[in-house]
Design a protein around this ligand. Structure first.
Ligand code: MOS
Length: 727
């Protein structure tokens, strides 16, 4: 049976609250956890078929055009099978949800580090040696500058209402500052990897990808084959953070080489290749203008962003995504400017938009609070609008005030706001800082099949992925809850394009979208059982393998002669046109800054978040912990550095690209608020995957100001920048 639901209206039935099994919204361990920690879950490069060859990319060391290539020496080396310099090889990795081939053609070098050929050999070592032995000529060609210079200002990305200049002139308190954030890399632990295997004209690709429904079309289009002849398997993914939303160079390289050689070919990109050839987050420059009355009430907001990308790329970091609806103010201005540069492709990285946009905005709000002499928490509360101030539409829910209050209470926020630089412990200066968290909430179309067996076990099939987020866990719990089963009776099968196509993992929409399709499929099964018992789905209780109706209990096995199969499909309707949907939260941070060295230590970091119904507080909390850890990195250390001469990424490894490690991260605390958002989907669930990074760095930077009086506007707040402001 098929159950299809289009989300056009609020769904206030809260059906999940009526279920009886009691496994949903509990902190259940991941069912696949033991496989992962014992090293037996096969990640993309670990499911190696017999006779697999290894590929390694040849790196372009300069910009220009490849006019000739000589692979004779490489081909003469032991164990080397081929060197591919094919036009179909990807120049750029693919943007998320592109659904078609990205920019191909490796003869034109648009960024240093671009793969320009592929060496294939018996071992990775032999392939790498061969790649290094390939010689080529690259001649000068017209290329964009490596440092952003000229900016395009696309009309559809600008907006304004009222008169911001006048609001600024009339305001009692204003802020007009420019902030900057550096480029970032997703830095997933698992490097990009694919294994391609042909059987006649059919291709199976084991890859590490986030959105298989799109990835299949992207790869098929890149190769010029029918998507129906392509199966992608992605059961385990070691982190994506946006860099695996679309296919990357290794998928196409492995497929082309495997076809030419008639043998399976696997490519695991090296860490350096991941850094310089897969997605980066664009650097941003942001001018933020705030106009407020003496009580800190905003009358005007201006947010201009300058970002960059390669030519022919449609993506540009949506820095101002949440600015139109977060705070009040009748006079508003949004600007967006894009420079074309010869740098690694810019795409989605860890909450594109809000991660850097809200962060800088929340630093500006801290400046406003300081200028107006108002507690930063109170300042935010005074500026929470009744409705979306740009569109006039109602919020589906707005939990910002609750998160601010609850977070301040838990953290022990000092609302008297001690003066900057007034707390000292020996040579350490102590300060507190806070920031709001905001992220748009999105529902995407998704399908799943659920089959209930007479023996009381159930199978869930969808091409949804689990990129470390907990998809296996929450879909197991959801199914067990809906069908009255133990979690160990539910087998969730993900990451296979032969299964019904899901939303994929990205944009924080995975749990709500893929979850809704599983919810609907389960409802179909419940309806069928209810029908058999002569009752309605609403009157039916399923618990511990029993169907209970009219006070009579029947074992599920007695009701089913054969497996009961149900396909659920959620479709995004026009709820997002009717209401403004977002997730909300607040961060509170205490830092100690060394007055001699300028070193910042984060001592405490707390986050309170609201994202609708929480399906599993353990996996949800883990998402927030990860986001806040990235926030510490964004605030203090994380920065891709492009050489100003040729644009190449200088720090392309984990030794020089500083992600926070255990010693940098205190015991982070996370609280999740109870919420039901009826506009989100039939489960009242919203996305929580990226909420924890959207503004977190702002709390850290604001705490540095409170500790020292030094206002860092150019992230990250490295020692030199803090020290420069200390007396
Ligand atoms: Mo995300 S950056 O949409 O995986």
């Amino acid at each position: 049976m098929n159950v299809h639901h289009k989300m056009d209206e609020a769904d206030r039935r809260n059906r999940l609250d009526d279920m009886a099994q009691g496994v949903l919204s509990t902190p259940m361990d991941r069912p696949e956890g033991p496989l992962k920690v014992s090293g037996t879950a096969p990640y993309a490069h670990e499911a190696q078929p017999e006779g697999m060859l290894h590929g390694c990319f040849v790196r372009a060391p300069r910009l220009g055009q490849v006019t000739s290539m000589n692979a004779d020496k490489a081909l003469a080396m032991e164990g080397v099978h081929t060197v591919l310099h094919a036009d179909k090889l990807l120049r750029n990795p693919c943007q998320g949800t592109a659904n078609e081939a990205p920019v191909q053609g490796v003869r034109d070098v648009h960024y240093v580090g671009q793969p320009i050929a592929l060496a294939v050999a018996d071992s990775f070592e032999a392939a790498r040696a061969a790649a290094q032995a390939v010689t080529f000529e690259i001649t000068d060609a017209d290329r964009n500058p490596v440092t952003p210079q000229d900016y395009e200002t696309p009309e559809d990305k600008q907006s304004a209402q009222g008169d911001l200049d006048k609001a600024m002139r009339d305001a009692a308190v204003t802020v007009d500052q420019t902030y900057s954030t550096p480029p970032h890399n997703s830095a997933a632990m698992e490097p990009h990897a694919s294994i391609a295997q042909w059987d006649g004209d059919r291709l199976t690709l084991r890859g590490a990808y986030q959105m298989l429904k799109y990835n299949r079309n992207e790869l098929a289009d890149s190769l010029g084959i029918d998507p129906k002849k392509l199966r992608i398997l992605s059961p385990y993914v070691g982190g994506g953070f946006g860099s695996k939303l679309g296919i990357a160079q290794e998928a196409v390289g492995a497929a082309l080489a495997a076809r030419e050689l008639g043998r399976p070919v696997g490519i695991a990109m090296t860490r350096q290749q991941v850094f310089e050839a897969t997605m980066r987050r664009s650097e941003t420059r942001q001018r933020i203008r705030l106009a407020a009355d003496a009580e800190g009430r905003l009358s005007g907001i201006g947010h201009d962003a300058w970002v960059s990308n390669l030519p022919d790329e449609t993506f540009s970091e949506p820095v101002t995504q949440a600015t139109p609806f977060t705070y009040r103010g009748a006079h508003r201005h949004i600007g967006h400017h894009i420079a074309r540069v010869s740098r690694t492709c810019a795409g989605s990285v860890r909450a594109p938009g809000e991660a850097v946009g809200i962060t800088c905005f929340e630093i500006a709000m801290d400046e406003l609070a300081h200028a107006a002499g108002i507690d930063p928490v109170e300042l935010r509360k005074r500026n929470i609008p009744e409705e979306d101030p740009t569109t006039g539409k109602p919020y589906s829910s707005n939990m910002l005030a609750k998160a601010l209050d609850a977070g301040a209470q838990t953290f022990g926020w000092d609302a008297t706001c001690p003066a900057p630089g007034s707390r000292r412990e020996g040579e350490w200066l102590i300060g507190q800082g806070m920031a709001s968290a905001v992220r748009v909430n999105i529902l995407m179309g998704s399908k799943a099949r659920v089959t209930l067996d007479p023996d009381g076990s159930a199978v869930v099939e969808t091409d949804m992925t689990d990129i470390g987020t907990g998809s296996y866990a929450i879909l197991t719990q959801l199914t067990a809850e809906m069908l009255g089963l133990r979690p160990d009776q539910v087998d969730v099968r993900l990451g296979d394009t032969d299964n019904p196509p899901a939303s994929g993992s990205g944009g924080s929409w995975g749990a709500s979208s893929a979850g809704s399709s599983v919810f609907l499929a389960c409802q179909g099964i419940r309806s069928r059982i209810a029908e058999q018992l002569g009752t309605s789905e609403e009157q039916l209780t399923l618990k511990d393998g029993q169907a209970i109706a009219d006070n009579r209990s029947t074992p599920l096995g007695d009701l089913l002669n054969e497996p009961l199969e149900s396909l659920g499909e959620i479709e995004a309707g026009d709820t997002s046109d009717k209401v403004r949907q977002a997730t909300w939260g607040a961060y509170f941070c205490e830092v100690a800054v060394n007055s001699v060295t300028g070193e910042t230590r984060v001592r405490r970091l707390h986050g309170t978040f609201a994202a609708g119904r929480i399906l599993n507080p353990k996996t949800a909390r883990s998402q927030c912990l990860g986001g806040m850890t990235f926030g510490i990195g964004m605030a203090l250390t994380e920065e891709l550095i492009h050489d100003p001469r040729d644009g190449h990424i200088v720090n392309r490894d984990f030794a020089e690209y500083h992600l926070p490690v255990n010693a940098d991260v205190p015991q982070i605390t996370v609280d999740l608020l109870e919420e039901r958002d009826p506009w989100s989907n039939p489960m009242q669930v919203k996305g929580i995957g990226e909420l924890g990074i959207c503004g977190a760095a702002g709390a850290v930077v604001n705490a540095i100001h409170n500790a020292t009086g030094v206002r860092v506007r150019d992230l990250p707040a490295t020692l030199d920048k803090v020290l420069a402001g200390l007396d």
